[in-house]
Design a protein around this ligand. Structure first.
Ligand code: NAG
Ligand code: NAG
Ligand code: NAG
Length: 330
């Protein structure tokens, strides 16, 4: 009975997915899109989609050389010469002094007008057990992932509001931003904070027609992910391996489609969708279909979730036993 119910739900979701993503389009023509962390990973993929869709693109990232390379690459991808598309680049750390960030945003706006869509892609990750995580890492995660996002949104919001035409703010959380996982005690909380921020903003900005979207990327094949692998505990690897690895282009595409159609949540793949649905709590609702699916699937997904948690426990237990065996044999 349960098995058929799960199959039925999966079928529904797949059909809905196909319907939603097969032909959904968005139009960023003559829009000004600002992307933080736009030289690498998901941020770069977002920048490519924006430029291909006819937008003027501003990028904030730290490395000046990467910015130059990105600018050249993006200018080659402009959708047509008639649009006179611009790519503006700013070498800046999102954790800099707030007034520097404000100044940079003002500079970008002076050339291409108020920001219409903001993608806060700048972020970093570390995966270590709590006790092995240097104390500075906890602060670094909050500074870059959370406060870096706050800084840029705060700097862009006044002019976005002032146009009266609405806009889009896109924040990047993570699947590890809706539930805590072995090895992510520094990273997860900074991504949980993003979800809280997004929920508050969504409620505050609705009347200004500014839509807020949170993207929850699963493991994505980015330079950041590679770096994270270096210290990642074996337990974390075994637990998250099952989820697979997605390309930044796919994550960017899903995020773009969801954000531009006014959705609050954006996930990629069935697993992520299931976890996010299970953890929806009091998050805002932007589609009736989502609401119906949440109400219908909650109990069932909790059962699947419990099975997953049990699997995590057994992986951790096994690793701990192996470690003890290794110690004894040495
Ligand atoms: C799907 O998109 C293509 C190209 O973007 C378009 O030509 C086609 O008419 C669309 N089909 C539907 C059913 O909207
Ligand atoms: C980009 O911005 C310039 C102003 O600097 C404007 O002339 C141009 O039309 C804009 N293009 C698009 C596609 O928004
Ligand atoms: C809100 O934005 C949508 C499209 O982005 C537009 O169709 C609608 O008219 C806007 N509403 C208001 C009140 O500005």
């Amino acid at each position: 009975m349960l098995f058929y119910l799960i199959l039925f739900l999966i079928a529904i979701v797949l059909i809905v997915y196909k319907y939603l993503y097969s032909n959904k389009s968005y139009d960023l023509k003559a829009k000004h899109v600002l992307i933080t962390g736009g030289t690498k990973g998901i941020g770069y993929s977002v920048a490519v989609l924006a430029i291909e869709s006819g937008a003027n693109v501003s990028i904030i990232a730290r490395n000046a050389e990467d910015l130059e390379t990105t600018k050249m690459a993006l200018l080659k991808k402009c959708s047509s010469n008639e649009l006179k598309q611009k790519v503006l680049t700013f070498s800046l750390d999102v954790t800099s002094d707030y007034y520097d960030i404000e100044k940079t945003v003002t500079e970008a706006e002076a050339v291409c007008g108020p920001i219409n869509a903001l993608f806060c892609c700048a972020g970093t990750a570390v995966s270590l057990r709590f006790e092995e995580t240097p104390i500075d890492e906890f602060k670094r995660m909050v500074d870059i992932n959370y406060l870096g996002t706050v800084n840029v949104i705060k700097a862009c919001l006044p002019s976005m509001k002032s146009t009266g035409k609405g806009g889009n703010i896109v924040l990047f959380s993570s699947i590890a931003g809706v539930f805590g996982l072995y090895g992510y005690s520094a990273y997860s909380p900074s991504k949980f904070a993003i979800v809280g921020l997004a929920q508050c903003l969504a409620m505050e900005l609705k009347t200004y027609n500014i839509s807020v979207c949170v993207s929850y990327p699963p493991d994505t094949d980015t330079p950041g992910f590679e770096h994270e692998q270096i210290t990642k505990p074996i337990e974390t690897k075994l637990i998250s391996d099952a989820g697979g690895l997605y390309s930044p282009d796919i994550v960017a595409k899903h995020t773009m489609i969801d954000a531009m159609s006014g959705k609050f949540h954006s996930t990629v793949g069935f697993e992520s969708w299931m976890i996010r649905t299970l953890c929806c709590g009091m998050s805002p609702i932007t589609s009736t279909l989502d609401a119906v699916l949440q109400v219908l699937s909650m109990g069932l997904f909790r059962i699947v979730g419990l099975i997953f948690l049990r699997k995590c426990d057994s992986i951790i237990k096994k690793c701990s036993q192996e470690k003890q065996l290794n110690k004894k044999s040495q």
